[in-house]
Design a protein around this ligand. Structure first.
Ligand code: B4P
Length: 193
């Protein structure tokens, strides 16, 4: 059976996590957020969490081999779902290649990548606001937030082009009310599945 495998894409703070929560309910998919998985490991002070923290606190990406291994474990542990929403993954070309290879080995593929388009100033505003209450070290410092945006531009934005070459990339306006953005996403996703 072909599953629905969506990649929710966009810069840090573009609303991937926010929208994923609504999308999983509507489409009955499993939400896999690599950021949430890392924060869970950090909260439990596991060796993986301690390693991830070194990078996340500086606004850098966690090394690919750590991230890919963790992602595969999560998918393998939930084989009977209708599909997945990958949130914050893949963030590099090696991660995208690993995801494709992994899905291919299960006779599956990426249904589509959906990017939320949000400008840098809006991102900084949102993340600093979240930083006031979230206890996330990577949200409380504008320099770290700007670093994350720079890393996105240098290492992650190319993942959009990678899936575009497979005719699988799509973009929607990510500024506006959460409800309006959700409606735009649903309209797009309904056309993909
Ligand atoms: P993530 O946890 O993926 O977090 P994010 O990019 O900050 O958030 P997201 O886009 O989900 O924004 P959200 O909905 O929360 O990554 C954190 C770090 O983990 C990375 O920097 C990296 O170090 C590491 N990492 C994760 N995955 C990795 C990978 N694959 N490889 C390597 N390293 C990895 O929204 C942000 C804020 O905006 C919220 O406060 C929300 O309330 C607000 N908001 C949302 N929608 C809004 C709207 N429409 N209007 C106004 N505000 C809105």
């Amino acid at each position: 059976m072909k599953k629905t495998n969506l990649i929710l894409f966009g810069p840090p703070g573009s609303g991937k996590g926010t929208q994923a929560k609504y999308l999983v309910d509507k489409y009955e998919l499993l939400h896999i957020s690599t950021g949430d998985l890392f924060r869970y490991e950090i909260g439990n002070a596991t060796p993986l969490g301690l390693k991830a923290k070194e990078y996340m606190d500086k606004g850098q990406l966690v090394p690919d081999e750590v991230t890919i291994g963790m992602l595969k474990n999560k998918v393998d542990a939930n084989p009977d779902v209708k599909g997945y929403i990958f949130d914050g993954f893949p963030r590099t070309i090696p991660q995208a290649e690993a995801l494709d290879k992994f899905l291919d080995s299960q006779e599956q593929s990426v249904t589509g990548l959906v990017a939320l388009d949000v400008d840098d100033d809006e991102i900084v505003k949102r993340l600093l606001k979240r930083g006031e209450t979230s206890n996330r070290p990577d949200d409380s410092n504008e320099e770290v937030i700007r670093k994350r945006i720079e890393v996105y531009g240098n290492e992650t934005a190319v993942v959009y082009d990678y899936y575009d070459r497979q005719n699988a990339s799509h973009k929607i306006e990510g500024v506006g009310s959460i409800e309006d953005i959700f409606a735009r996403l649903c309209q797009l996703i309904d056309g993909l599945i």
